[in-house]
Design a protein around this ligand. Structure first.
Ligand code: NAD
Length: 356
């Protein structure tokens, strides 16, 4: 399926280089700028535009307002041979999460498992890029984070828990793709409402309530109200679970204390929880991979309900989008490109390179 012909298209290496140049001009060390750019562009490639390079203007506003330290480097403390703690030192969430997964992978390579808690971090965008980091190293993983209040607890009416994504992954076999689950515990991620607002679009009723507690299709009203949890009390419980593992355990903010990435008044103080696990702990790697092949084939080959053309494995739709966008480029709307180029003009770096 081709992307809409009217879109502006940017090739992913150009998007990455552009974002890295904005970040470096804002004081982010080159290595960290590349990690942030890679994580954001991964989201655009996978069709998760709500967490792509359009986040840059709000991220840079945080550095200008002094609530996010662009120069910060994450520091790592080894707690036990299989447990480490990362302090994000109020830098970008991406290098903190990347360092955490790198450390978890290294421990898992030696001991089978590595678990890392991250504190004093910031928004790390789409969780799937961190799961992907593990998959690329041949590891299974859990990637949890907490986030700013957006969701009521079940029975409540005001924002308390974050729309905090739950993500996990496992490498696939020769005849399957990796399993990559990355989902917010709400009916839809809040970033999708920001994206609709940016693009002048409506949202489906059933995603959010407005300030008066009424269902709304207006993204502006929805952002003033609350996101609806998926599966009622179960979605609310999953959001609390993300806060137990990422907030309470880590020493970061919790219980409604995380600051929104769009709030310029205070550091985010986001917490994450990251685990890497070797897939060949209980059998040989070949057998594990063959078993993933069986699972994949059974899932996608399952009998289809009426109206369904194809059954996908978790992460498969995003992988297909990525394959297409690597070839064809990433589509953007003019308002998004204008906002990015305004940052470029302010920082004195070159505009984003467009294919059309
Ligand atoms: N960092 C943060 O604080 C934060 C907060 C909220 C959301 N997010 C990000 O927002 C993104 C979007 O979250 P979401 O919950 O809206 O995602 P989503 O509903 O689009 O997808 C959730 C999961 O379901 C799978 N899926 C979707 N449709 C499918 C289908 N037809 N068949 C099989 N599997 C299918 C996807 O592969 C994915 O793993 C995520 O990447 C998440 O990390 C980040």
């Amino acid at each position: 399926m081709a992307e809409t012909a009217s879109s502006i298209v940017v090739k992913h290496p150009d998007a990455e280089a552009f974002v890295a140049s904005l970040l470096e001009a804002s004081g982010v060390p080159t290595k960290n700028a590349k990690i942030v750019a890679w994580g954001l562009v991964q989201a655009d490639l996978r069709g998760v535009e709500s967490h792509g390079i359009n986040r840059i203007p709000s991220y840079l506003a945080r550095t200008r307002n002094g609530v996010l330290d662009p120069k910060a480097e994450p520091t790592i403390t080894q707690v036990t041979p299989v447990v480490a703690q990362v302090d994000g030192n109020n830098g970008f969430g991406f290098p903190a999460a990347h360092a955490a997964m790198e450390t978890a992978i290294s421990m898992a390579q030696t001991f089978g498992i590595g678990m890392v808690s991250v504190k004093h971090s910031n928004h790390f965008g789409m969780s799937a890029w961190i799961v992907r980091q593990a998959v690329d190293a041949g590891m299974m993983s859990l990637v949890f984070t907490n986030s700013s209040p957006a969701l009521p607890v079940w029975g409540g009416k005001s924002q308390l828990m974050g729309v905090s994504p739950i993500a996990c992954g496992a490498p696939g076999g020769e005849n399957s793709i990796p399993f990559i689950l990355d989902m917010a515990p709400s009916v839809a991620a809040r970033g999708k409402i920001h994206k609709a607002l940016r693009r002048g679009e409506k949202i489906p009723k059933g995603w959010a309530l407005d300030e008066e507690g009424k269902p709304t299709d207006d993204p502006e009203r929805a952002l003033k109200g609350v996101m609806l949890p998926m599966g009622g009390p179960k979605g609310s419980a999953l959001a609390i679970m993300m806060d137990v593992f990422s907030g309470v355990l880590s020493g970061s903010a919790f219980a409604g204390g995380v600051t929104s990435p769009y709030d310029m008044s205070a550091p985010g103080d986001v917490g994450h929880f990251i685990v890497a696990l070797k897939p060949d702990l209980f059998m040989g790697l070949d057998e594990f991979r063959q078993r993933m092949d069986v699972l994949y084939q059974r899932v996608v080959g399952s009998d289809k309900m009426e109206g369904v053309d194809r059954i996908y494995f978790p992460g498969e739709i995003e992988q297909l989008t990525e394959e297409r966008r690597i070839r064809e480029g990433i589509p953007f709307v003019q308002a998004e490109i204008d906002a990015l180029n305004a940052e470029a003009a302010r920082l004195g770096v070159e505009k984003i390179r467009q294919v059309r």
